[in-house]
Design a protein around this ligand. Structure first.
Ligand code: EPZ
Length: 423
């Protein structure tokens, strides 16, 4: 098993380019199941554990995939299986993204129920509601979702999501593009990941109105084709790199980004005292002498993203004053807090609110990763902690960050990746 050994106290400064977005890549890769007409060429796909897991799943279904130098070629004409096995689904919840495309193309899908998650329940009832609205019959037996069509095809419908769900919106879109007639989706997720999925499906030949908004209208079609597509940047990786400079008193430029997609995060960095300068495709952040405690409430886009909540809490341990961080998306997403407190932070949890008392001097020790963004917050804390911090179980980190220690070391960090055994 790998750990990151971080020698704290260095400034994170310099220029770096963001990788392609993980959370955009996954639905786009799933959407290649919708057609066997041609070979997809997807560029700027990050080389991550989750991407490898998903690639294995699609190959299990029959897709032919070649992935090198962040370019993925996918040929799905010979997909025969409609069953996503537990062994792969349990490694990554987003495997549920194959449900919509398989149902739309083959009229049948059997997807293992996803496993649990470190930061609380992550139901899929909205995914199933959307499929049923479009004409699927869903049964759940022996740990599998079995979805079949009541009639020959999916039929356009009105889907009104009671809460904003990125995954359920993605599945509904990928099913509706091959349904007969018109589908409208109300309270759709408007995250950039969904906006980019809409653009990808339109490039494939789908007709979608309302891209980037919470009201989508899809005209079903019979024919979709493979396309070449350049994936967008990873806004959460970019936010995490900015936080690394902010927490260490550094000065960083992140290139290859769309500042608009980071608006809520940049606003909070500025409120915390950072100087922010943007161009059309980059963000520069200069950290202040003293960070100012700044409250954050994580909500669906365009608000501050829940995937930056753990990183923000790490940053606020170094800010002057008390900050209140609320997560309205995942109320229990605070597994990073006990580990941050072991580094010397002073953070209380009250229901779905974290109260961070700063600034607190952090001292390096061994800490345990529990989930992807929690491990990122521990790395950030390790950068500023005195002495050496060992972040264990970095397989969590490798799910969503491409060579994070290489990137941070190129910006002045002192991190080594080492093997270790757990008792
Ligand atoms: C996506 O997960 C992301 N994952 C998550 O990022 C991200 O935290 C989340 O969206 C919110 O932005 C990927 O894109 C692969 P949701 P998803 O459906 O789609 C509830 C990371 O760190 N809900 O938008 O699973 C749910 O419990 C990961 O990269 C239902 O109640 O999230 C949550 O409270 C972690 N029923 C809220 O909706 C459902 O059927 C939003 O979840 C589905 C969701």
């Amino acid at each position: 098993m790998d750990k990151l050994v971080i020698r704290g106290g260095t400034r994170i400064s310099g220029s770096i380019t963001a990788s392609g977005s993980k959370n955009t890549s996954l639905p786009i890769i799933a959407a290649t199941l919708l057609t066997g007409n041609g070979t997809f060429i997807l560029r700027h796909i990050p080389n991550l554990r989750d991407i490898m897991t998903f690639t294995k799943l699609l190959q299990h279904l029959g897709s032919e995939i070649d992935f090198s130098d962040n370019t993925m070629k996918i040929f799905s004409a010979n997909v025969q299986s409609i069953q996503a096995p537990y062994e792969l689904v349990k490694q990554m919840r987003a495997s549920i993204y194959v449900l919509g495309p398989l149902l739309a193309r083959f009229g049948h899908a059997r997807v293992s129920l996803p496993g649990g998650c470190a930061f609380g329940p992550r139901p899929i009832d909205l995914h199933l509601m959307a499929m049923e609205k479009l004409g699927a019959t869903i049964t759940i037996e022996t740990g599998f979702i079995d979805a079949t069509l009541r009639e020959g095809k999916l039929r356009g419908a009105h889907i009104d999501f009671p809460i904003s769900s990125v995954g359920a919106t993605g599945n509904a879109l990928m099913a509706a593009v091959l349904a007969e007639g018109t589908t409208t989706i109300s309270n759709a997720a408007a995250e950039p990941e969904i906006e980019t999925l809409c653009k990808f499906l339109i490039a494939m030949g789908a007709t979608i109105k309302g891209t980037g908004t919470t009201e989508l209208q899809i005209e079903g079609t019979d024919t979709l084709n493979a396309v070449e597509f350049h994936n967008v940047f990873d806004r959460i990786e970019a936010g995490t790199l900015l936080a690394a400079a902010a927490i260490t008193g550094g000065n960083i430029t992140v290139n290859g980004v769309e500042p608009e997609q980071l608006k809520a995060v940049l606003k909070k960095f500025a409120q915390a005292g950072c100087t922010i300068e943007t161009t059309s495709n980059s963000v520069n952040l200069k950290s202040p002498a003293k960070l100012i405690a700044t409250d954050v409430t994580a909500k669906p886009y365009p608000s501050f993203p829940t995937d930056m909540q753990a990183q923000w809490i790490a940053l606020m341990t170094q800010a002057e004053g008390t900050s209140h961080i609320i997560d309205k998306v995942y109320h229990e997403r605070f597994n990073h807090i006990p580990e941050l407190n072991r580094l010397g932070a002073h953070i209380d949890i009250r229901k779905n609110q974290a109260i961070v008392h700063g600034p607190q001097k952090l001292s390096g020790t061994k800490v345990m990763s529990t989930d992807l963004r929690a491990s990122a917050s521990l790395v950030l804390a390790g950068l500023v902690a005195e002495g050496t911090t060992e972040v264990l179980r970095v397989y969590h980190l490798d799910r969503g960050y491409e060579q994070i220690e290489t990137k941070l070391n190129s910006l002045g960090a002192d991190i080594t990746r080492e093997k270790y055994n757990e008792f």
